[in-house]
Each structure stands twice: as structure tokens, then as C-alpha cells.
Design a protein around this ligand. Structure first.
Ligand code: SOE
Length: 377
């Protein structure tokens, strides 16, 4: 790998800003990481690209991802789900490491092709499940794997948002099966499935049976012009919400759900784990805290996970100077770029293999919903 890693980034909206911010912070907060350069910002609209490139600190722009891949050392695919496959596989086939946003793909078949391309390429291929990089989540994983809460019996994950409660909320690519693959299931459920695998997978084994249901509450939405006038209505062809019941290889059971219709919940991702000797509880809305019940405690203790000994914290501020949502992207980028520069992929980094494993669970939930029965994975 060259001294300075030139990065090409496809996508420059909300998640593009999150990753650009993360890249901008590497040198200051993780000086042991590789030297990086925000080289090319890739998209379709040149004027918008140039404005975003100035704001995000990229040297140049390109409206041709194939061309751009040839001139960078690493490729970030932050495009909509239907654009994850082709550019990522092209980069991998060119020996260029890839960080692709979640979910890995809109369908299981696509995810399988991406996984196989990553296996053949033998360069780091990360799937950006950023919630693994919350210090409290990694602290929880340590407690579980150290046996602090005993045998795992229950896992409960839910991801609640409310941005579609308004029936006049505009149509978007996330609401189209061809473009997104699924709705709340793939957009939010993918995060929860990955976190569940990350937290308890070592001790429970994989999910081996499940049942699930998908529901769409509003089946078409308005398309607005720049003046806010409705110009058309488009069909919603994905789920607004899902639920699932899981059985793990070791007999533990779980329940998952996500919704975009949960009034009062903006970005409420919670995970609860119950074991034979205790329980853990995490909420993204209180992401510096982990609620812990172990030993003979009569109730949960709220641990503020901000000590220097806690994951990533010493890179930032003294104990108690809390972190935020954007810090998870800084940690994720540090781990990915460190893997690119050293060739060593740490277990914490979700790979295309992990992305595929998540996609298998999503596909099983869709199959169970279609068949109206429990399915084996
Ligand atoms: C959906 O609104 C969304 O932006 C997801 O796509 C992200 O993955 C999640 O982190 C926040 O919510």
C-alpha cells in the first residue's frame, strides 16, 4: 500500500457527510492510522458534487465511477442499495479495497456475488455497520464473552423511527423494492441483526430458525417538485415495519422489530440481552451508557462507558466527556483504513461475509412472511 491512501467516495449526501467527517478526524484523533487523502468524490450531478467536494475536503470530483476507481487506492460505496453491487465488485476485481454501506445488497443473490468477489479479491472489504463501533456495545460484547451474564437465553432488538408517520412524507428510493430491496427490514433491521450476531454470535452460534412478518401501512406517497407542489404519486413497494422471532443454535431465543412509523422515536435502536446470571440493556439514544445487571444485584446499574480503558475513548476526551453518533463512523473508518494499510482485518470490522450473513437473515424473514410459516436458515 502506498504511503498516502487516496480515497474515492461514491455518494455525498447524509452518509457521505458522516464518512467525510470521519475521514477529516483521523489524523487528529487517530495519528497511528495511515495517512489518507480525500481524493475523488463521485456522483451524477457535477454542480452538486463540486459544492459537496469543497465542503467535504475532496481534491476532485467524477461522474464516472469506473474511471474514478482506476485512480484511487480505496473505494467507499455509499450509494443507494441498488448501486452497491456493480461498483464494489469492479473495485474488488481491480484489487481496490472497498467499504460499502449497509445493507450489503438489496437481495440475497446480489449479496452472494459481492461476498464471492471479496473472497476472490483478498483485499479488505468492509460493510459499514457503524453501531459495532459504539464503545458501550464493545464493552457489552466483552461482558457477554467473559460469561458475566452466564448462558444467553434472550436477545431483544428493536429499531424505531418516525419519519414516515406523515402520509404526505415524500416518496424516496428507500421505499422502492427495486432500488432498496426492502424497507425498515433492510435499512434498520440489518443493523440490529448485525449487532445481535456481533454481541452474542460467539456464544449462541448463528440464528438457525425464525418466523417473521412485514407490513406496509401507506402504499403510495407523493412526489414533490422544487416548489413543494405534488407532481405525482408513487407506489411504496417495501415494508414500513417488520417483526421477527428467532431461535439460535444454542437454544437462545430472540425477538426483533423495526418501524418507520413509531411516533415519538427518532432513531431509537435498543438491544437487550438476558442470560442465566444477568442482563444487559443498550439504547442508541443514550449511547454512552450500558445498563448492566450481574451477580446478586437487585437491579440494573447504569455504567457510563467513557473511561480511558474503554474502546476508542482515550483517542477523544477525559472520562465523562461523552461521544456522539458521528464518532461511531470515526472509529469504523479507523479500523477499516488500518486494515487497508496493514492487511490485518480485525474481528470488529464487519466484512462482506458479515454483510452476507445479515442478508441471509433478512431473506429468511421475507420468506417466512411470504409463506406464513417458520423457516430454517
Ligand atoms: C434511515 O433513516 C437511517 O439513515 C439508516 O439508513 C441508517 O443506517 C441509520 O444509521 C440511521 O437511519
Amino acid at each position: 500500500m502506498t504511503e498516502t491512501i487516496d480515497i474515492g467516495m461514491l455518494g455525498y449526501r447524509f452518509i457521505g457527510k458522516a464518512h467525510s467527517n470521519a475521514l477529516a478526524r483521523q489524523a487528529m484523533f487517530f495519528p497511528d492510522g495511515p495517512e489518507i487523502n480525500r481524493h475523488t468524490l463521485i456522483g451524477r450531478n457535477e454542480a452538486e458534487l463540486r459544492e459537496a467536494a469543497d465542503r467535504f475536503g475532496f481534491d476532485q470530483v467524477s461522474t464516472d465511477w469506473e474511471d474514478a476507481i482506476d485512480s484511487v487506492d480505496v473505494f467507499y460505496n455509499l450509494g443507494p442499495n441498488h448501486l452497491h453491487e456493480e461498483p464494489s465488485i469492479a473495485a474488488l476485481e481491480a484489487g481496490v479495497p472497498v467499504l460499502c454501506e449497509k445493507p450489503l445488497a438489496p437481495t440475497l443473490k446480489t449479496a452472494e456475488r459481492m461476498r464471492d468477489a471479496a473472497a476472490d479479491a483478498a483485499v479488505p472489504a468492509g460493510c459499514a455497520f457503524n453501531y459495532r463501533f459504539v464503545p458501550a456495545i464493545q464493552y457489552a460484547k466483552g461482558l457477554i464473552e467473559d460469561g458475566e451474564i452466564g448462558e444467553i437465553r434472550h436477545v431483544r432488538g428493536r429499531y424505531l423511527q418516525d419519519w414516515l408517520v406523515d402520509p404526505d412524507a415524500p416518496w424516496a428510493w428507500r421505499l422502492d423494492k427495486e432500488l432498496a430491496g426492502s424497507g425498515a427490514l433492510g435499512d434498520l433491521g440489518a443493523h440490529t441483526v448485525d449487532l445481535v450476531r456481533f454481541l452474542v454470535g460467539e456464544v449462541t452460534g448463528e440464528i438457525d430458525r425464525l418466523s417473521g412478518q412485514l407490513q406496509t401501512f401507506v402504499d403510495e406517497r407523493p412526489v414533490y417538485d422544487d416548489d413543494g407542489e405534488v407532481t405525482a404519486h408513487r407506489e411504496v413497494t417495501v415494508d414500513d415495519a417488520y417483526t421477527a422471532q428467532l431461535t439460535f443454535a444454542n437454544g437462545a431465543i430472540g425477538t426483533l422489530e423495526a418501524s418507520r412509523f413509531a411516533s415519538g422515536h427518532k432513531n431509537d435502536h435498543t438491544i437487550e440481552v438476558h442470560g442465566s446470571k444477568g442482563s444487559l440493556r443498550f439504547s442508541l439514544e443514550r449511547l454512552n451508557e450500558l445498563e448492566v445487571l450481574t451477580g446478586d444485584a437487585r437491579g440494573y446499574e447504569t455504567v457510563l462507558v467513557t473511561d480511558e480503558s474503554d474502546p476508542y475513548v482515550e483517542a477523544w476526551w477525559p472520562p465523562g466527556h461523552v461521544l456522539g453518533w458521528e464518532h461511531t463512523f470515526v472509529h469504523e473508518n479507523y479500523e477499516f483504513l488500518h486494515a487497508v494499510s496493514t492487511g490485518d482485518v480485525p474481528d470488529v470490522l464487519p466484512t462482506f461475509e458479515d454483510g452476507y450473513a445479515v442478508q441471509c437473515v433478512l431473506a429468511a424473514i421475507e420468506a417466512s412472511d411470504e409463506r406464513g410459516e417458520r423457516v430454517a436458515l
